[in-house]
Design a protein around this ligand. Structure first.
Ligand code: SF4
Ligand code: SF4
Length: 59
């Protein structure tokens, strides 16, 4: 599962463009991930220039 440190996001949309299943929604001042659709490929984590997204290991 991907964690969002939303207060750090600048809503650039880079993560949206790499998500293969299109489950990230970025608006002018909000970001959401539809976790039920996410396949945990971590591409969004790698592309984010300011480390807003992080992998949250299941416990
Ligand atoms: S790439 Fe990072 S900063 Fe840009 S919209 Fe996604 S989470 Fe926010
Ligand atoms: S981990 Fe992959 S599937 Fe999940 S939100 Fe990020 S880019 Fe999309």
């Amino acid at each position: 599962m991907i964690n969002i440190r939303a207060n750090r996001c600048d809503y650039c949309g880079a993560c949206v463009s790499v998500c293969p299943v299109d489950c990230i929604e970025v608006r002018e001042s909000s970001i959401e991930i539809e976790h039920a659709i996410c396949i945990d490929c971590d591409l969004c984590v790698e592309i984010c220039p300011i480390e807003v997204l992080e992998v949250h290991a299941a416990e």
